[in-house]
Write a protein that binds this ligand. Sequence first.
Ligand code: FES
Ligand SMILES: [Fe+2]
Length: 352
Amino acid sequence: MNFLRNCWYMAAWGSDIGPDALIPVTILDEPIVIYRKQDNTLAALEDRCCHRLVPLSVGRKEADEVRCMYHGIKFAADGRCTEIPGQDRISPAVRVRSYPAVERHGAVWLWMGVPDMADEALIPPIIGPDNPEWAVMASCMEIQANAQLIVDNVLDLSHAPYVHEASFGGGDETTIKTQIRGESGVQVTELERGVQTMRWHLDRPSNPYTGDLNSDDLVMSQILAPGIFILKIRVYKPGVQQRPMDEHGVPLEEPLFARTTCQMITPVSDQHSKFFFTFGPSAALAHAREDFFRVGEQAFREDKAIIEEQQRLINRTPNPRMMMLAMDVPVIRYNKIHERLLEQEATTQGVA
Ligand code: FES
Ligand SMILES: [Fe+2]
């Protein structure tokens, strides 16, 4: 897969970057060190001293700068060299790359493309652990597979009844039928950098949080380049479609509760990805956040297992080719947008 560069990739949770730490990460096969400056904002540098290629992440943070602990060369947060021990003149060629880095929604975002094109308005609007309206918990899994396989999995709901039989209990017949019915009424909106969908799952089986009522669930999702999935489900008392709605078809009444998951896929290298995720209910159910999260985490472990099996088999298959079926429409739709963004990038001069 060709990876997009002119976009924000999630590199870590903000809480993973302590005030004194030098945190090494790899994104698109590039070693990067992330740290906090004294004003608590982030800096991200190529994690490779230009002198003799030693990781700066095993160096020393000194105020807003990093010193390589092999021969003591020091770099500022913009990548400039500010000190070479025993040498007065510093050539401007002595520098490391720096990456635009922003902390938002409790997450650390790095811009991997042309620095001048970094646009904070493009940071995906995920629901992070800092959002007071929600009670989400956040985590990360390493998946030994190409990011594309994970994006495909996230987009395709048809795997849920089989892969998630144990976690979401998706295997019973009512649920499968409800999902298929829901699919037929899906409202799709293409965005500049992704796809937004809205669908109803009517008459869902009751659960501990709906007070023994079946429910009508409004499922809203966004998939955004380079692999960010945002899902919100609002759970209503049955028959909600007969009650007042706004012009977008969203009920005016408050839902019984809502739940959300966001999934951020970051390619580490060709066959290794990071899968950051949140899972949880709306703030009113904060006391149940761990129960929600546990189910979500188990489901993502199920996804990881099957995707890694898939990747292993793909690697053993000469000239691997996949087949597209009716259930793959969302995958095809997003992949087209991804292709278009890649083409746009190829024609933008100066992509590093
Ligand atoms: S390798 Fe970094 S200072 Fe020499
Ligand atoms: Fe899944």
